[in-house]
Design a protein around this ligand. Sequence first.
Ligand code: SAH
Length: 285
Amino acid sequence: MSQKGELYLIGFGPGSHDHLTFRAKKAIEQANVVVGYRTYIELVADLLEGKEIISTGMTEEIDRARSAVERAQKGDRVALVSSGDVGIYGMAGLVFEILSDMKWTPEGSDFSVEVIPGITALSAVSSLVGASLTHDFVAVSLSDLLTPWPVIEKRLHAAGQGDFVVALYNPQSKRRNWQLQKAQDVLLTYKKPDTPVAVVKSAYREGQRVVLTTLDQMAQAEVGMLTTILIGNDSTFRYLDFLITPRGYSGKYDLDSGEILHKGIDRPGLSLNRPPDFNVLKQQN
Ligand code: SAH
């Protein structure tokens, strides 16, 4: 094949076709070779008729990335498919490591590369429980297969200290069965035991399950490979089956009229969540 190859790195969202972007769908249609983890291939199977499919098991990520790059190099139009966003705990990292090793450049190489974003698990999951991510948040993966546990634990401490809403990816599997309890213990040193938590399995896929609980009960929930967990910040509250994280406006704005309330030293543009010693600093300056 002498034509220039194309490599599409595609995140197809949480699973349902309604949440697949137009660009992702078009790129899958354009491809003649589709590469992906077996389960992912199954999720987009109906778009793959007539295409060559290279599907592999979960632990064969490097092989998958290599074969995608090799086929693009040979002139194929290759779609490497991945759930959620391909750049978030996804295959894009591995592929770009290979590209940088081989000194690939957009202009000078025999194939093009396009990264196509998708709806990542944390936003899919959050959409099922209302509005939990409307203030600062962090994502932490509890998988210590590629990251040493002390690094993960350090980040959990930082997330707790910063009062972030926390999204836990890869919270538990059959083999990784103690990390979730440990994460709960770390976060409980900063967050209240009754901090609202959403445990969501298979968002927008068959078998979707949403369970609302609290931080002190989190590790007791049924949690597996396809679960993402959202843990509130200090002001997150539960209303019906929703988790709501206020944006910090109540008390600063009248929610009905939208007018700014001048209370104490609060002025427009100042956060209500200022550090405790803010008043002291203000007076000194
Ligand atoms: N690239 C993916 C994440 C891959 S890591 C993304 O952007 O979403 C795998 C983890 O993602 C799982 O352990 C789980 O925590 C989360 N996940 C992926 N799809 C999910 C879904 N449909 N529902 C809930 N969590 C999901």
